[in-house]
Design a protein around this ligand. Structure first.
Ligand SMILES: [Zn+2]
Length: 225
């Protein structure tokens, strides 16, 4: 082989390798961690039911604010997100005899749709002992996948709030009646001054939303291996 031909072959190889690396990078940048994943985000309460409240800070409103931010974070990661509500209303029909019951049933129906992979129900806590603070995560009993998901989120909540809480099974309608894995997250205590002041700010709501979204990515990564 003469020198000229050798150089042409070497140069071709270098160019080909470069092209392959570029295509690989392109494919990689186009696939997001939550591509193809359908997640229901359920902002607890709504309408006349404002949930827990203290000093005019109301749970239903903050649940919605966190949920809307969470939707944004999850969509950035490629997920399709369904909100059970996107405003200050409940899901019961006009003149419903038992608003709470119908509202909860409709939320469960949304979560139980076939295409749904996962759900998060967003709430805030309140307790007579005002020193109690930090996020608490509940999961469906007899559901190991939901427990794994809850543990991931609980750990992140503990890191954020400097707490040492364990995830728990929760006897809640939204956990008992749903067929897809999911968790109920109490994002903090309105009864605790520091939690309440933080939860009432955009910046902290955003922090919680990012924490939950990162936790969803971590959980689905664990599941796929
Ligand atoms: Zn609640």
């Amino acid at each position: 082989m003469n020198k000229k031909r050798w150089w042409i072959i070497a140069l071709s190889c270098i160019l080909l390798c470069g092209a392959v690396i570029q295509i690989h990078a392109l494919v990689k940048s186009e696939s997001l961690p939550l591509d193809g994943v359908v997640i229901v985000v359920d902002p607890g309460h709504g309408g006349k039911d404002e949930g827990a409240q203290k000093e005019n800070v109301k749970e239903a409103k903050i649940n919605l604010a966190i949920s809307l931010k969470l939707k944004g974070e999850l969509e950035k990661q490629g997920a399709t997100v369904v909100l059970t509500r996107d405003g200050a209303y409940d899901l019961a029909s006009e003149g419903a005899r038992n608003r709470k019951k119908e509202d909860m049933k409709k939320r469960v129906d949304i979560i139980n749709e076939e295409r749904v992979d996962l759900f998060l129900s967003i709430h805030l806590n309140a307790y007579p002992n005002v020193a109690i603070h930090g996020g608490q995560v509940f999961y469906q009993k007899n559901n190991e996948a939901a427990k794994a998901f809850a543990d991931i989120i609980q750990k992140r909540m503990n890191d954020l709030n400097q707490t040492d809480k364990k995830s728990k099974t929760g006897d809640y309608y939204i956990l008992n009646e749903t067929k897809h894995s999911g968790i109920l997250v109490e994002c903090g205590f309105l009864s605790n001054d520091n939690d309440r002041n933080q939860l009432n700010t955009d910046a902290y709501q955003q922090k919680i939303a990012k924490l939950l979204s990162d936790g969803v990515c971590e959980y689905l990564e664990v599941l796929s291996f």
